[in-house]
Every structure is written in C-alpha cells, then in structure tokens.
Design a protein around this ligand. Sequence first.
Ligand SMILES: Cc1ncc(COP(=O)(O)O)c(C=O)c1O
Length: 435
Amino acid sequence: MTEMNSHWMPFTPNRAFKEAPRMFERAEGNYMITSDGKKVLDTTAGLWCMNAGHGRKEVADAVHEQMMTLDYAPGFNFGHPKAFEFANRLVDIAPEGIDHVFFTNSGSESVDTAIKMVLNYWNTMGKTSKRRFIAREKAYHGINIGGTSLAGLPANRKGYPSVMPVDFIQHTLDIENNAFSKGLPEHGADKADEVERLVALHGADTIAAVIVEPVVGAGGMIPPPKGYLQRLRDICTKHDILLIFDEVITGFGRTGYPFASQAFGVTPDLMTSAKGITGGMVPMGAVFVSGKMYSDVMANAAPGVEFYHGYTYSGHPIACAAGIAVLDIYEKEGLLTRASGEIGEYWQEALHSLADLDVVVDVRNFGLLGAIEFKADPEAPAGVAPKLFQPLYDAGMMARPIGNCIAMSPPLGITKEEIDFAVATIRDVVTKVFS
Ligand SMILES: Cc1ncc(COP(=O)(O)O)c(C=O)c1O
C-alpha cells in the first residue's frame, strides 16, 4: 500500500485512520468500491454532494471537451461563454427574484463570499453600522474564517477568534416535543422570535444579516419547524436585515425542489451553494443574490469595481462545463424534484419503520435527507453514533455519525431496493451494536 504519512487528512483522526484505513478505489452509480473490491452503498452521497451519483460519462465528456477547448480563462476583466451560460442556467432554476450568481470554489468560500457581499452591500448603501451577523446554534457554515465565526458547533469554533460580531439564536431541535415528526415538525416556529430579542438588544441599525441552513445538515439533519423560516423572513424584512440561506447541502434537489427556499416558499436575499452544483464531481460553489441587492450595488457603487472580491478560479471553465452537464442530467432524469415524489415518501416510511427499535428516540426526514437519533449514553459524551460508523461500513453502507444520530443524504437517484438495503442494514447493525 502507498505510504500514508504525508497526507494530513481533513476532519479525520489521522493517527487512528492510518492504523486502519478505509480506502476507496472506484465509484459507480450509487456505490463506492473499496480497494479490496467491496461495494459500499453511498448513502451519504459522499459528503452530501454526489446528487447525480457516480461515474457520469456525460460529465466526463463535457470536462474533457472543455479542457481541450479552453482550459482556463482569467475571470477578472475577462470572460468566457461557459460562465455566463452556466449562470443563466442556474438563475433559471433559482427562486423568483434571485437572479444573479457569483462563482466560488466551495461551500466555505460561498459563505465567506456572502459575508463580504453583505458587508459590501451595507457599505455601498451608506449603512456602515450594519456589521453584526446572527447565526444559530448547531450551524455549520464551512471552515473558512468567516464561516468558522458563524459556526454553532462548539468543536468547530472553539479556539478560533471571531472575525466579526456574531450572535446566536437557539437551534430548533426539540426531541421532547417533535420526536418522530414526518417532514416538518409542528413545534418551534416561535424560536425565530429570538431575532427580535437581538434587535432590541443591539439595534437593527447594527445588524447586517441573519444566516441559517434551511434544513440543518452537519448539526444533525434538523428540518425547520412549520412556519419558522417565514417568521425569520418577516422579522428580517421588518428590520431591513438581510437573510442568507446556506443551501450548500439543501440546494440542487436535496429537498425535492431545486432549492429548499422553494420547498418552503420563503425567499432569502442570498443563498450560498456548492456540492450538488456540479454533482460533487468538480469543486465549485456559487452565491445566489437577489436582483434588488445586485441592482442597488450597481446603482450606488462608486465607478470601477463594485465588489473587491473574487477567486483565481471563480467561474472556472472546467467547473462550468461540468455544472452545465450535471444540470442537463438533473433535468433529463427529473432529479431536482424526485425527492418530493414517491421516492421521498418511500424514504420517509422506510426510515420511520426503525422507530420500533428501543434505542431509537427520534427519526427525522425531509426530501432525501434523514437522521436516526439514538438514546444518549452518559459514558459516551461525544455521542453514541460513532460506534455505528465502522459496523455500518463493514455491512456495506455509509452513514454519517453526528453525536447521537446518524445522518443520511443518498444520491437523488437512489432506488427503493437500495433504501430497503440501507434500512435493513441499520436495523441489523443497531441491534447488534446496542444490544
Ligand atoms: C451548510 C454548509 N455550508 C457550508 C459548507 C462548506 O462547504 P465546503 O466543504 O464545500 O467548503 C458545508 C459543508 O458541508 C455545509 O454543509
């Protein structure tokens, strides 16, 4: 095997991994194939990104052709057709009123771009006191320094300085009142009112934006309570505070709509995205912006560059070519809306069939997202779910352990048979591990 010492792996206990590595060699369809030839169902779509599954020849062909035609073009003061074409295609599927796109290379870059875009907006509009952000407990907004300041997960924020003033509203996970909700839970819309408390405390003239994941991902797959996001929208509108939806996970069909914003009928001012934008096949991200924000900046900025921001690889031709090819697949195969149809229903019922297990204290689902929560154990302060990770993998599926829950987000083309396999495997493994 290749010597493993040089690669410092991300978000991984390096020392333990290198003792007992899990290595993938190939991937096809909805499966990862390990270096010893074992097939593992990709029930997490990689890191919530492989929405169109693996091994898509159409994308490989588009990338190859682009590579041989125009492999790179600088994005500052020069353009190339694919970036404009891809932006137009993205706006076509975006919520009404969100009609501009700024390209980045990842979700973390999208979040940090959105933060700077918001600050640039208020500066341009002469409201320079609006600098404070409101985020939420359990939030994951990537790992760049701005997103780390907005992180509501203690392990991710501890030890790093906040680069701007941030306040946190409480998360909406309420197992006591909402356990085993199918889809959106009933209780908790009033938790949005905490923004009012922070407005009263700091003054709306100091608050730049509120940022939330419409469905919390890495914090434990938590769908929003009914009415919660609309309430946030109303409060933000009332106080002239911008609303950012971090749709890095929820974008591109995960909720049964192109974006969660459309699933919930609530339109933010900005949306951050990445992952499914290229079906996870080429790194890319984008910040979607409302027409109002864009035209306000264009009307009020001093002559010259309106936003001093951009990456060497913003709108990279290869990523744009991959993204266009992936959008074609999404459209041809109906993947952006598949989760709101029969398969989403099937997923929901299959996951909830695990509710009879004694150790299961909650099942949550929305679109093709799901989480199973297990009884906490005081002897396992970091949560009990990590105990399931390796046995599930050994049994042929991937699930992401988060504290006391496992989260799943399969490729959008997952079949009923694959769902049945995942649920039967979880039942089997949970019974063995926790009995
Ligand atoms: C909601 C959310 N925002 C941002 C990110 C960061 O994306 P990336 O890992 O592409 O930087 C993630 C990644 O999981 C995410 O879930």
